[in-house]
Write a protein that binds this ligand. Structure first.
Ligand SMILES: Nc1ncnc2c1ncn2[C@@H]1O[C@H](COP(=O)(O)OP(=O)(O)O)[C@@H](O)[C@H]1O
Ligand SMILES: [Mg+2]
Length: 237
């Protein structure tokens, strides 16, 4: 039979095995993730899709070293990173992962370029010309004319583009975005999604967390989450 060959997947960056996450709330236990198996490979353009409360943000926090699982294992390459101590977790979070949030999370007292430079400080490793790199990042997201503005002087879409430039500055292995268009009008949302498409085409590894089917339709993989379980994984369109 003829037909397009499935695109080979890149090297495995993160692998989750039977991941559990439980929250203790007084007398009750909330099981936010219940046995999740998942691989994120280099060059993946994925959506984590599910309704509110299904466990998407919890999964993203674990993928991004913002939280630890209460059961199961996570590997980065061959290395078991499921039970590393906090300092090491913070270092991986700062150097390997870029984050984009629904509410942008920019610091209002800092200028655009100062916001973009924050992860360089957090990573505590030397960057050769940080200002030049920050300006390049702002240029890539179409904001080279807004370098010295304050976040309050920008539109929502522009704020999110600053956040994306900030997330990319340390050249993270994986870019994680949690409901990145949730606070945007449809035109700004479309611009941000176009930007993600472009970053994916350039070979970046992106994971978009969303409840919105139309966003998941743009990505190459869809990881469906329901009641803390990954119920379906469509791979490659
Ligand atoms: N810090 C927490 N403490 C207790 N329960 C939590 C906490 N964070 C999330 N949960 C619960 O875990 C489940 C999954 O939450 P979440 O991952 O935020 O879902 P989603 O991002 O898909 O809306 C929900 O039932 C939520 O109430
Ligand atoms: Mg969420």
């Amino acid at each position: 039979m003829s037909g397009p060959n499935p695109k080979p997947r890149g090297e495995t960056l993160l692998r989750l095995e039977s991941i559990q996450k439980e929250y203790e709330l007084g007398e009750t236990t909330v099981r936010a993730l219940d046995g999740v198996d998942l691989e994120i490979c280099r060059g993946d353009y994925s959506a984590i899709l599910g309704p509110s409360g299904s466990g998407k943000s919890t999964l993203m926090h674990i993928l991004g070293f913002m939280d630890q699982p209460t059961g199961g294992k996570m590997f980065m390459g061959d290395r078991d990173v499921s039970r590393i101590h906090r300092g090491e977790q913070a270092q991986l979070r700062a150097t390997e992962i870029g984050f984009v949030f629904q509410s942008f999370n920019l610091l209002s007292r800092l200028s655009v370029i100062e916001n973009v430079l924050l992860p360089v400080e957090y990573a505590r490793r030397k960057m050769e010309q940080p200002d030049k790199t920050a300006k390049e990042m702002l240029d890539r997201v179409g904001l080279s004319h807004r370098v010295h503005h304050r976040p309050s002087q920008l539109s929502g879409g522009e704020r999110q583009r600053v956040a994306i430039a900030r997330a990319m500055i340390n050249r993270p292995r994986i870019l994680l975005a949690d409901e990145p268009t949730g606070n945007l009008d449809s035109r700004n949302a479309a611009n941000i999604l176009d930007l993600f498409d472009r970053l994916a085409d350039e070979g970046n590894t992106l994971v978009l967390v969303t409840h919105d089917e139309s966003i998941a339709q743009r990505t190459r993989r869809v990881i469906r989450v329901l009641d803390g379980k990954v119920t379906e994984e469509e791979v490659e369109r």
